[in-house]
Design a protein around this ligand. Sequence first.
Ligand code: PMP
Ligand code: GLN
Length: 394
Amino acid sequence: MRDNVPMRESPFLAPHLRGLGTTIFSEMNQLALEHDAVNLGQGAPGFDGPEFVKEAAVAALRAGHNQYRRSGGEPVLVEAIAEHQRRFYGLDYDPMDEVTIYAGATEAIFASLQALCGPGDEVVLFEPFYDSYLASVAMAGATPRAVTLRSPEFAFDPAELDAVINERTRLVLLNTPHNPSGKVFTRDELEAVAEICRRRDLIAVSDEVYEHLVYDGTHLPLACLPGMRKRTVTISSTGKTFSLTGWKIGLTCAPPALTSALRTAHQFISFCQPGPLQLAMATALAAPDDYYEGLAEQYRALRDRLLSGLEQAGFAVMAPASGYFVLADFRPLGSDDDVAFCHRMVEEARVAAIPPTSFYIHKEHGRQLVRFAFCKPASVIDAAVERLIRWTAR
Ligand code: PMP
Ligand code: GLN
């Protein structure tokens, strides 16, 4: 299937969207198609979601539920999410007033920024970041300020965070577990963010879509830190947890005053999501612990498979603690420009990956890295590794 073809910027594009270009995921998908490459670019699972969730969707679809739905989300789904937050984190949210459903975490991020900031406001992000953050900040008319998570540890300096904050700062946008590094923010790191939010009276938007894909360490929601529940919008995506990314069922948990602001934006962005898919996700979230543990185990094995293959091919890698991406340093292979490297790799090795400078404002920090996705069947990872080993051995 042809993806959004990268094209020159349209003369019709409004000024505040200029420079956003074509998302790197579509660009690399298109190149993968053109070169018949094994595609380890976009974080799209290479397998289907669980049968019991699909069956629940089919049953819900046959039973009706096909007209416009409640804008905040199906009651059974928001209740299931409130129960999930209690079960895994001991957090109490009122389903009807504090939980909202969106067209994926992408809409949740967009709606949060539309609702909470505007021209003149500054938004603090940690780079590298999921690429929609910058676009969402731009569409809200706000200004991004980036704090760099520096490879290979992807740690940050709280003094640097403090230094970018000023009287125009409106919110801090965090992502833990983190795409693309796989970093799971520690309690101390989260406390450093929380301390600044409390002291400077900032809202936190915490994107936690990889909450159940953790291999080392423990995911701690930012809202669990003292004084943070009342100022935090927590975002997640059932697409990641149930390997059904195309269903685009995302969510926020936030106190009523923040939720009310988010819903003002959400009602005019998508209004509501498909009823049958929401009902199926309510069934999904109630899965026993075995499901959640099995998911992480499955991804851990795929991660290790890809890591050892990339090492054999000559990349310098560090095991990501979470998520479904490996960031590899390709300098041992004699190159130092991620975009050029990824283009050469897709053309010559016929393996597609993502050049991560798209995830940075200060691009010099990502130029030596390439992001590979391991949310793929073992056979696909093996095929990519085989091609890479042959290519780098030339
Ligand atoms: N946040 C992060 C960090 C992501 O990596 C992604 C997608 N991979 C999203 C949000 C978007 O999630 P969704 O597909 O539910 O829109
Ligand atoms: N978040 C996914 C990734 O990082 C991509 C989602 C998208 O293509 N919009 O690969």
